[in-house]
Design a protein around this ligand. Structure first.
Ligand SMILES: C[S@@+](CC[C@H](N)C(=O)[O-])C[C@H]1O[C@@H](n2cnc3c(N)ncnc32)[C@H](O)[C@@H]1O
Length: 296
């Protein structure tokens, strides 16, 4: 053993690293290589969970973690309500448990649905620990990317102004934001479904709005928002968002003659010669009821 190691006093054990690991929107194949490597190597994993059961992030990472290796698991259990006290207490409690492992030199990987810092709860854990421990964040595939992919429509293009709007905002606030953007994703729809649909209707945007639910997961569904409203006005799934494109940009592609371009630039597009793109429901009728949501 080297002298430098034997000379270290017990209290100078190097602390572990806190990892925020994005596990993507649901499909385990959307975990990044780096996320898989770090999760497999971490002796301790932590994740948010309901009062019973594992929680979405843990379920997404299950395939990676079923490797026969023993790990310590910390479930930060909380009621998923608007009551922030319960959440704050769970973060305090969880951060203290995580800190115990970091102090002892063990890395802790916090599993985060989607991306850790896109409306992600990892920010609350990081805020409690970053002054004392090294922190690394591994970005994940976010739900906005997954929903655009499921819809097979560009979220925004060129100089489009785009916004992400939590549906918990008031109708007036959602209206004001929609007024100044070309593209919007309205997240956390849940029990705010009727309010969101009402705002879009008043703005004449209801027919352009798509509802994407559980993107990249086996239960994924992609529907016009009008179809959702015909079924229920009560509530949408929590893991769902509304995508609406107000802009007028299209991706029409002029076909070139391959013989002139050396065959290298023949555009991939639809039969009418236009590449699929944003725009009011271009080819929309073909994209309904879970079609194109991974087909799984
Ligand atoms: C607290 S935010 C977390 C976002 C997450 N960190 C991310 O990067 O996507 C939760 C909201 O994200 C959206 N969301 C998350 N996963 C989704 C999915 N697979 N399909 C549709 N929407 C999803 C929903 O609007 C949900 O209410």
């Amino acid at each position: 053993m080297s002298p430098s190691v034997t000379a270290l006093p017990a209290h100078s054990v190097v602390s572990g690293t806190l990892w925020g690991v994005g596990v993507g929107p649901g499909d385990p194949e959307l975990l990044t290589l780096k996320a898989v490597r770090v999760l497999r190597a971490a002796p301790v994993i932590a994740y948010l969970a309901p009062l019973e059961g594992k929680g979405l992030a843990r379920r997404i990472a299950a395939a990676v973690l079923e490797d026969g290796i023993a790990r310590t698991e910390i479930a930060l259990r909380m009621r998923f309500t608007v009551d922030r006290h319960s959440a704050q207490a769970a973060y305090d409690h969880g951060a203290a448990a995580i800190a115990g492992h970091l102090v002892a030199g063990r890395d802790v990987a916090v599993l985060c649905e989607g991306d850790p810092l896109f409306f992600g709860s990892f920010a609350y854990i990081m805020a409690r620990l970053e002054a004392r421990f090294p922190v690394e964040v591994i970005p994940g595939v976010g739900s906005l990317a997954a929903c655009s992919a499921a819809l097979r429509q560009a979220f925004a293009l060129l100089d489009d102004r785009a916004a992400v709007i939590p549906a918990s905002r008031t109708a007036d606030e959602i209206t004001a934001t929609l007024a100044v953007v070309d593209a919007a994703a309205i997240i956390k729809v849940g029990r705010h479904l009727a309010k969101v649909a009402g705002v879009l209707e008043r703005l004449g945007l209801l027919e352009r709005a798509w509802h994407v639910e559980r993107a990249s997961q086996p239960e994924a569904r992609v529907r016009p928002l009008t179809a959702v409203m015909a079924e229920t006005r009560e509530a949408a799934a929590y893991f769902s968002m509304v995508l609406v494109y107000k802009g007028e940009k299209t991706c029409d592609v002029v076909k070139e003659d391959p013989s002139n371009s050396g065959g290298g630039a023949w555009p991939v597009g639809r039969e009418d010669g236009a590449a699929h793109c944003s725009g009011p429901a271009r080819g929309a009728s073909a994209r309904v009821q879970g079609a194109g949501a991974g087909g799984r």
